[in-house]
Ligand binder design. Structure first.
Ligand code: R7I
Ligand code: MG
Ligand code: MG
Length: 323
């Protein structure tokens, strides 16, 4: 794959997060399954598509990776807390602000997340929804990527299911970055890789849900996914649901994101994770230009994708030298 195509995929993944989030946000919590929704037109004013916490936290991950040229837990936690304090109205889940409060009381970044939900940590989808920049920066090295994905997740989502949701989403993004879109991804093969990962991690609920995704994919209509997989705020529902939406329409960014929104439930987050997968596979060039034009922070997000691309290339050169 040439450099230009790979950079297009990096941009597509990060812009995909923000576009899916912004388009899905007005429908968060809707029952879904209704008649096809007419999505807001975004071709009027730049900035009309406003993103939520999903993108806000993703940009925090990206900023921290770029500043530190890799994962630094204390720095990333501080970045999250500061961003939240500046823009607390982005629609955050209940857990992360509690973690930020604990951090401000001096609790270390790698302990605060574990103190939530009676000491079990959160299994919300908030770590998976923001993991894309980790997948980008470490896209060539699965072991390093998984370590960074898991540690970054644990800052706010220390429950094993919160962490493994982030790991699964990150693996899917890296595999799709490496895949040239002309080659038509095999949904069944990609889902199998994720099932193996979930199995190895001992996360059986993901194994079950991913098996359902695989079974449901060839069938029509797609909405059985809501009853079998779910569309909720839990990572073990939202991550497999996003994979389903992407695979169901793997050659069309807009169809995949529209399906995620039509499923209802946690629409901004599922559409955002669907957008990350589709963008990583098809590239920025596959995202409708009116959506990109309307996106809040478009230039900044694209610039961060380019900075992550440079980090990834730097890591690749370093690995080459050490071989
Ligand atoms: O995961 P999180 O950051 O929320 C992300 C969601 C996305 O939809 C965003 O768009 C935004 O709207 O919020 O926030 P958390 O509070 O960590 O997790 C989300 C919810 O999952 C919690 O508020 C709980 O309702 C539930 N939850 C749990 N419930 C019981 N026991 C998460 N972990 C637990 C648990 O261990
Ligand atoms: Mg949100
Ligand atoms: Mg959401």
């Amino acid at each position: 794959m040439d450099r230009q195509q790979l950079r297009d995929k990096f941009r597509g993944a990060l812009l995909g997060v923000a576009v899916g989030d912004s388009l899905g946000a007005p429908f968060e919590g809707s029952p879904g399954l209704a008649d096809p929704l007419s999505l807001p037109r975004a071709d009027k004013e730049p900035g009309q598509l406003r993103y939520t916490d999903d993108t806000h936290m993703t940009l925090g991950v990206a900023d921290s990776l770029v500043t530190k040229q890799g994962f630094d837990g204390a720095h990333m936690a501080e970045t999250f807390a500061r961003n939240y304090e500046e823009e607390p109205w982005r629609g955050y889940g209940a857990g992360p602000p509690q973690v930020f409060h604990l951090l401000r009381r001096g609790i270390p970044w790698n302990e605060a997340g574990r103190m939530l939900f009676g000491g079990s940590g959160s299994y919300g989808n908030g770590a998976a929804m923001r993991v894309t920049p980790i997948a980008l920066a470490y896209y060539e090295n699965t072991a390093d990527m998984l370590e960074a994905a898991r540690e970054s997740a644990s800052i706010t989502h220390a429950h094993k299911l919160g962490i493994e949701g982030a790991a699964l989403q990150a693996i899917a993004v890296t595999l799709l970055l490496r895949e040239p879109p002309e080659l038509r991804v095999s949904g069944s093969a990609l889902t199998e890789v994720l099932i193996t990962h979930a199995n190895d991690a001992g996360a059986s609920i993901y194994v079950d849900k991913l098996r359902s995704v695989k079974e449901l994919l060839p069938k029509a209509p797609p909405f059985e996914v809501v009853s079998r997989v779910g569309h909720g705020i839990e990572a073990y529902e939202a991550v497999p649901a996003a994979l389903y939406c992407f695979l169901k329409h793997s050659t069309s960014f807009s169809e995949a994101v529209r399906l995620a929104i039509r499923l209802g439930g946690d629409t901004d987050t599922i559409a955002s994770m669907t957008g990350a997968l589709s963008g990583a596979y098809l590239g920025e060039s596959a995202i409708p230009s009116n959506w990109l034009r309307g996106l809040e922070g478009f230039e900044r997000i694209r610039g961060l994708a380019d900075a992550l691309f440079e980090i990834a290339l730097g890591k690749s050169r370093q690995r080459g030298r050490h071989k």
